[in-house]
Design a binder for this molecule. Sequence first.
Ligand SMILES: NC(=O)C1=CN([C@@H]2O[C@H](COP(=O)(O)OP(=O)(O)OC[C@H]3O[C@@H](n4cnc5c(N)ncnc54)[C@H](OP(=O)(O)O)[C@@H]3O)[C@@H](O)[C@H]2O)C=CC1
Ligand SMILES: CC(=O)[C@H](N)C(=O)O
Length: 259
Amino acid sequence: MKIAIVTGASSGMGKEFVRQIERFYRELDEIWVIARSEKKLEEIKKSHKTYIRIFAGDMEEDLVYKQVKNRLENQNPDIRMLVNAAGFGKTGTVEEIAKEDKKLQLRMIDLNCRGLTEMTCTCLPWMHKGTRIINLASAAAFCPQAKFAVYAATKSYVLSFSRSLAAELKEKGIFVTAVCPGPVDTPFFEVSGKLPGGMKEAVMADPVQVVKQALIDAKYKKEVSVYGTAMKGAEAATKVLPHGMILKAMSMMEKITKE
Ligand SMILES: NC(=O)C1=CN([C@@H]2O[C@H](COP(=O)(O)OP(=O)(O)OC[C@H]3O[C@@H](n4cnc5c(N)ncnc54)[C@H](OP(=O)(O)O)[C@@H]3O)[C@@H](O)[C@H]2O)C=CC1
Ligand SMILES: CC(=O)[C@H](N)C(=O)O
């Protein structure tokens, strides 16, 4: 049995991956979807031809990983693709966020880093030559970001982890792609809140295009997928300019767009 597994499938890019994967891999028997909102996953199930198997659970807790593992052991499927999309962010200074909710930034590390790592380790024994892992990092992985500090750090982890994993798995013929978009128009910002000023709106990307690019890049075994000229430019800038200078410029731009 050939399957794909998508975390964070109830919304935004995860949901879009489920939609596009169905067209991309026509031979799939099932797509396994993971998120907390069972109701949203049920809605997604109704709109697909491929059988959608729902795992409704909180990836900050252990239970959902056990449920996925048990199902893998029982059905022994061939995982053609794993997409790790579950994640969240919060804008504000580290102090402000901690004052509002002491645990929130730790929960962010737990989901964005531990969750992604645990799901990858859970799935790897069922992945073989020619299969793909797609990890949702972010352009925030390229450089530290004030007022997005913990989020940007978690995404640096995802990028670093993905590249190391890609090197480790190359011999086995399993290919890993870290997806690093700039701001994408999804419900993400309803959870995170927005940075003051209109900086992000100006470069907001369409999730359909970001996911399409990611699947093409994964097909061509690219280790990093960056959608759009603006973010390709940003990536190049973070490679040549001192990060202190970029942080200063970002802070100045924020002040200008606020005025
Ligand atoms: N939007 C953007 O600008 C960008 C987003 N990204 C990254 O892409 C990924 C997808 O984000 P996006 O689609 O935009 O955001 P959304 O908020 O639309 O989707 C986030 C998904 O993660 C799931 N999720 C959140 N918390 C948990 C949890 N504790 N356990 C299980 N699932 C959870 C949500 O489902 P539910 O609430 O039902 O649990 C939802 O399906 C994230 O990792 C994000 O960091 C990267 C770059 C840009
Ligand atoms: C939410 C994101 O990851 C995005 N790259 C951003 O910086 O807004």
